[in-house]
Design a protein around this ligand. Structure first.
Ligand code: NI
Length: 184
């Protein structure tokens, strides 16, 4: 099932998501739906709040990047906890399916250590670096209610304000189904 992707301005994107209790939902089915939704939108990561669910789960798929080492970077993260972020921060241009049309440089640490459960409820503790770490950090931010535009400097934030307001009103182009925030 393909979900519409929640667009900037919806309060679900600003909530700190809650842990999933094992057995409370079918995480395999949800993961399948999230992969289908993400692939339909040509994304490389998707967090549950982006389909309207304030729960601590996200998926990643780095294969479209066609970079060495990304072949098996197709993973589900449930109840993840970033344990450590290290190394000298590096900048890279990020985008987000919930903020169509905007791309900005974001500075992040290059190495992370993270614990999480997979879709079989097996616990893992792994280290990721480079683009893999960045994709995870971006998605992890989503379940903390943080968006990549929160990381940019104040001047750029001011310049973006009008664009972001327009996006929340539906003024953007996207070739996937979206859900606009309710009008206030
Ligand atoms: Ni995003």
């Amino acid at each position: 099932m393909i979900y519409p992707i929640v667009i900037y301005g919806d309060p679900v994107l600003r909530k700190k998501a809650v842990d999933i209790e094992e057995g409370s939902i079918d995480v395999k089915e949800l993961a399948t739906d999230m992969f289908e939704t993400m692939q339909g939108a040509h994304g490389i990561g998707l967090a549950a709040p982006q389909i309207g669910k304030p729960i601590r789960m996200f998926i990643v798929d780095g294969r479209p990047l066609e970079e060495d080492g990304m072949e098996d970077f197709h993973k589900v993260f449930i109840n993840p906890q970033i344990l450590e972020e290290t190394g000298d921060p590096w900048k890279f241009e990020e985008g987000c399916l919930s903020i169509p049309g905007i791309r900005e440089d974001v500075s992040r640490n290059p190495v992370i250590r993270i614990s999480y459960y997979d879709e079989n409820w097996e616990k893992h503790e792994d280290t990721f670096d480079g683009m893999k770490a960045r994709i995870i950090q971006h998605e992890y931010d989503h379940i903390e209610g943080i968006l990549f535009t929160d990381h940019i400097n104040n001047l750029k934030k001011r310049l973006l304000k009008g664009k972001l307001a327009n996006i929340s009103k539906g003024k953007f182009d996207a070739d996937y189904r979206t859900k606009l925030p309710a009008k206030r």
